[in-house]
Design a protein around this ligand. Structure first.
Ligand code: P53
Length: 476
């Protein structure tokens, strides 16, 4: 008895824009991911005004999954995947985002993709919006700062729920909706919400307004799904980086609590259908006057999610400082290194125990089924002369996290639906646009500069994960 139920959903996770490529095929429109160049650790991706000739846009081709998905799904099936998490590129279905009618070629692509999964006994788990909203909605409407986007999103959701209701049971609305708590940088506001800030603009209330419209759109999507087919299960998707106090000094503890409030109130609204009082009081203190109507509040209350999907890569730590008497959290300034954990080459703190802590935190707060829909280790892989990749560091990372996940289930009684490690096949990094930051069990021959044959080959971790699934993680 390993502790994971027999129907535990082992699988892998990706997002359309990071692997499909085919950026102009089948009538696809330009997405926000299509106007982001390649960066690196410490070098932000450039967000260009439209697509500019001569720049390197890694998502345009990505790993060409659009043409190669049959080969890739066969490899997932070989590993024993029970499910496969990907997203539907909004721009394949509504190329501009504001059309009245969907694009049939795009709908057909996902019919074929889901059929291919189901043929292999792999259940698709689908995110509606994963950092790939139509770019037209940014240029014409200002992204999610505009209330009109609610209708566009709900239309998109309704179309795909209706079309795929007999192929896809598990859905999520907005990927890592809470990344934008880090509104000081340009990346998260743009990828989450299509927000481009004016110089000198007060960014914070704009972020809260955009997030509010998204939360209303998410709730209306949940309601729509239930009307179309009550068997559908719709979750939220939260980037979980638990924030620890650097020390047990009471002010450090309060600072950590405030930080958790600022990053995770999104979950309260998704799950409970209303704003937490601490946030309403914060809006009042800061003088933010947001457009939150009575109808919005009703919509939120009627669209609570069925489960909580979340990503877990790392934990954070924070500290109270003398220049911050209110103990306000500013993600660009308030984080400090945790001296007790190691870091990846990209500075992400490696903390398997933090996963057990996160599972318990979610379960204690919400008592909703949990689904770990991303976890993984971005690393530089070296291919040996015989083509193999000895990624023992990835096996070590994943094994340590699965052990903690097991303790959360067996010892702590957390209800966990499944586990889909991120980037089960190498793909374009979201944060940096690099190929070099690899997560996969399957190596893809492609380099940062776009060179490479795109050939696929299993790494050492491939057979390791195959064994984990086969034994339901009995032996780790
Ligand atoms: P990359 C920041 C913090 C935690 C998760 O990230 C994050 C990010 C954004 O970079 O993103 C999620 O590729 C996201 C995926 C992404 C993955 O984590 O920057 O849902 O799209 O690829 C890993 O290493």
């Amino acid at each position: 008895m390993s502790g994971f139920k027999a129907d535990f959903m082992w699988g892998g996770a990706v997002a359309a824009h990071q692997l499909e490529g085919g950026w102009r095929e089948g009538g696809k429109g330009i997405s926000v991911a299509d106007v982001m160049t390649a960066g690196a650790h410490g070098v932000a991706r450039e967000i260009t005004d439209g697509v500019i000739a001569g720049k390197n846009y890694p998502n345009h081709e990505a790993i060409d999954f659009y043409h190669r998905y049959k080969e890739d799904i066969k490899l997932f099936a070989e590993m024993g995947f029970k499910c496969f998490r990907t997203s539907i590129a909004w721009t394949r279905i509504f190329p501009l985002g504001d059309e009245a009618q969907p694009n049939e070629a795009g709908l057909q692509f996902y019919d074929d993709l889901f059929d291919e999964c189901l043929k292999h006994g792999i259940e698709p788990v689908i995110t509606l919006s994963h950092f790939e909203m139509p770019y037209h909605l940014v240029t014409e409407y200002g992204g999610w700062r505009n209330r009109k986007l609610i209708d566009f999103f709900v239309r998109f959701a309704g179309v795909v729920f209706t079309r795929y209701q007999h192929k896809v049971k598990y859905w999520m609305t907005f990927n890592e909706i809470n990344n934008q708590a880090n509104y000081h940088e340009d990346f998260a506001p743009f990828t989450n919400s299509g927000l481009k800030y004016q110089p000198g603009e007060d960014r914070e209330p704009v972020m809260y307004q955009a997030a509010h419209y998204e939360l209303v759109a998410s709730a209306l999507a949940v309601k729509t799904a239930r009307e179309i087919n009550p068997a559908l299960q719709v979750g939220c998707m939260i980037a979980m980086c638990p924030i620890y106090p650097l020390t047990c000094a009471p002010d450090d503890m309060m600072m950590a609590m405030n930080a958790m409030h600022r990053r995770y109130w999104f979950t309260d609204v998704h799950v409970r259908g209303r704003y937490p009082q601490h946030l309403l009081n914060y809006f009042a203190r800061r003088g933010f006057e947001l457009d939150i109507t009575k109808e919005d509040r009703q919509a939120l209350a009627l669209g609570c999610v069925d489960y909580i999907g979340f990503s877990y890569y790392m934990s954070f730590a924070t500290q109270a400082t003398a220049d911050n008497p209110q103990l306000d959290y500013d993600e660009s300034k308030s984080l400090v290194p945790n001296p007790y954990v190691q870091k990846s080459d990209w500075g992400w703190q490696i903390d398997p125990v933090g996963l057990r802590y996160s599972l318990n935190w979610f379960w204690d707060h919400y008592q909703l089924p949990l689904f770990i829909v991303e976890n993984g280790f971005g690393a530089i892989d070296v291919r040996e002369s015989d083509g193999t990749v000895n990624d023992q560091y990835r096996i070590d990372y994943l094994a340590a996290h699965i052990r903690e996940m097991k303790k959360a289930v067996v010892e702590d009684g957390v209800e966990l639906m499944g586990y889909t490690p991120w980037g089960c096949i190498d793909l374009v990094s979201a944060g940096t646009g690099e190929m070099k930051k690899r997560y996969g069990f399957i190596y893809v021959d492609k380099n940062n500069d776009g060179s490479g044959t795109l050939a696929r080959s299993p790494k050492k971790s491939f057979s390791w994960y195959q064994n984990v699934i086969q034994t339901n993680a009995e032996y780790l």
